[in-house]
Every structure is written in C-alpha cells, then in structure tokens.
Ligand binder design. Sequence first.
Ligand SMILES: *Cc1c(COP(=O)(O)O)cnc(C)c1O
Length: 416
Amino acid sequence: MIVNKVYLMKKKNFEFSGISSLVLHAGTHNFSQSSHLPPIYATSTFTFDDSEQGMRRFSGKEEGYIYSRWGNPTFKVAEEIIAALESFHIKNKDGNALELKAFLHASGMAALSTLFQSNLKTGDAVLSHFSLYGGSHEYLHKVLVEDGIQPIIADLRDLNVAEDAIKQNKNIRLIHLETPANPTIQCVDIEAITQLAKKYNIVVSVDNTFATPYLQQPFKYDVDFVVHSTTKFLNGHGTAIGGILIGRDIEFMKTKGTKWHRLLGGNSNPFDAFLLINGIKTLELRMQRHCSNAIAVANFLQTHSAVEKVNYNGLESHPDYAVSKKQMKHPGAMLSFELKGGLHAGKKFIDNLQMCTRAVSLGTADTLISHPASMSHYGVTKEERLQFGITDGLIRMSVGLENIEDILNDLDNSLT
Ligand SMILES: *Cc1c(COP(=O)(O)O)cnc(C)c1O
C-alpha cells in the first residue's frame, strides 16, 4: 500500500480550537495512491499474504481487516471522526484526553439494537423517559419484552420520580435517555441522571441524534454510551440511513461490544459511510444556520394568532428551558407547535405549504414539516397519541438551511 507520506508528516503542535477543523482533519488519512479523500472500499472481504498473516489477524496480533461485517476502512474514517467529535476537549479522570470507541451501523435502530442486546439479558429491566423516538419505544416494548427484559418508562425530568423507579426495581441495568426528545422537545438533565445512576451502579446511554455533538456532548457528564441515527444531522443531507454506537469503556467495546456488533450483523456499507463522511464536514456551519433559523421560526410562531403553543426549548416558556441551557450550546433545530384549529387546521396547513418539504425524518438541509396525527401516528388511537403529546393540531418541524425570510413567508402563507 502506498501511504500518503506528505499527509502523515503534517504533525501539528496546536490543538484544534473548534469542530470544523476537527471533522476536516481528524482520523487516519493514509489512503492508498495518495488519495485526498477516503476511497469507498466496496469489498466484502480482505486478503492475507499467507496463512501466518491470516492467523495474526484473526488472533488480533496484527491490525488489519478481515471481513466487512467486522470492519471496513471507509467505516473506520466515519467512526474516528464521530468519536473525535463526541470526545472533543473532554478529559478523563487522569486528566488525559478521553478515549472512545465507535461502531458504525446500518441504521440508528441497528446501533440501538447492539447497545441494548449487549447490555441487557433476560430478567433485567431498562429505565427510560416517556417521549422516546417511536422506533426506540417499540423496540423496548416489543423486542425486549419478548426477550424477558422489562421496560420501565418514567418522567426522568423529575429526579425523585427517577430515584423511586430505581428503588422499586432492583433489576434496572441501563438508563436510556433521549434529550431533546420528540415531539415536545423535552430535555432530561444528563448530569443529574448519570450521578443518580452511578449511585446504583447503573449504566447510562444517551441518544444524541437531535442535538449532535456540536450542541451537546453527553460524555462530559460521564455517560457510558452515546448513540446516533447518523441519518439525521450528522449526514445532514438525507442521502443515507446510518447509525453509530460509541462507548467509553474501551475494554467492553473491544470484547462484548465488538462481538455483539459483529454477530447481530447491523454493519454499515461503504457507500453510505462515504456519504456520511462527506456530509459531516459541514456539521458546524450547518448547525449554526439550522439553529439561528429555528430561533427565528420559534419567535415568529409564538406571536402568530393561528398558533396555540410552540414547543421549543429555546423559549423561556418551555418547561425544560433551564436544563437545555445548561447542557446544550444552543437549543437546536427541532420544534413543534399546536394549531388552534385541531386536525382540520393541521391538514390544511400542511397542504398549503409551497416550499417547506412535507416529510417525516429530520436533520436534512431543507426544512421538513410533518403532521403526526395524519402521518406517522395516523394508525394510533387518539388516547395513545395524547400520551406522547401528539395532539390533533400538532405540527413538527426540522428547521432547514433555507433563507429565513422564505421559511417565514411559507409558514405565514400556510397558516392563514
Ligand atoms: C431516526 C431516529 C432513530 C432511528 O434511526 P434510523 O437511522 O432511522 O434507524 C433513533 N433515535 C432518534 C432520536 C431518531 O431521530
């Protein structure tokens, strides 16, 4: 292999001051043929020079790839970049830079699956908050239940409620947080919950999809795992489904984590990994624009006569305003709002839109708007929907990168 020697020699004697430099220059850049960008290693398997080398690779005595379900050089670039983002400027207990290990997956759900399956077994219980991503909620209540693992859902914004839940169930092994969370953008205090969890020897995982490591770094608060659906803001352009599991217990990640990741088979693929690596380069720039647009949208909606209520953690009226301010650099790009006219008003608003995109998902460059009552939750009974805060007139918005005047114009035209 011809290594890009010029690049390897480019050692620097200063630390990156921000994450744009980091995403553009983190990771191992010794690609063959002096390729500037990471090649798409579209190969299922890797060759050995001889049986001795095969033996060394399998026994772990020699670094190197074996089979793409186990690992692939294109995945590795994405894994290194995202681990670097999640650990950026964080020190461990010895004062050294925090070391993390990440596995790229086929989807956010695949990453969550490796997380849950490798940390829980029959008889265990998992504690989580009630406004989880739909797929995560179903995973806990359908898949894990059949494995004999009990999901316990509580309002983890209240520490007393959280501690009571822990005291009442000695089998809780994992607390899974998602903050901010769908659809009312609730935020849970990561630091407070993690301190509580440590007292009872419970592992903590955080789904950091809505925030991204630009806005929030859960490892600052000593959590054990972070998961992302990279499909969203990390890819940022809506071109690929993907997920990542990142852990701070390197020994666990190298042994059981690796084993479960490989055996559950939720590996990524080289092309989607490449799309992620390409998209993530502009993370900081995009997040800054996403966020400034979101605050303008929230302020606009808050005073609009057709709008009953705006759920945005950057508004002082939001119940989790203080928590979000404590742990996030900025409130983010996700918000929801309730229309005064209920179901009919919701459908009419959606149909009136001329620019913003009618779609579920989030974190793409363009603004995505959905009406859960007529879309994602159409088949769910009203009582069930209301438990999750999904009222008839609730609209969810992932604020995009368009020129803000145009977003506000489209909203204003559609609300009348
Ligand atoms: C989308 C999403 C997931 C699931 O990710 P996929 O990539 O669709 O599998 C999990 N958590 C959150 C918060 C999400 O938004």
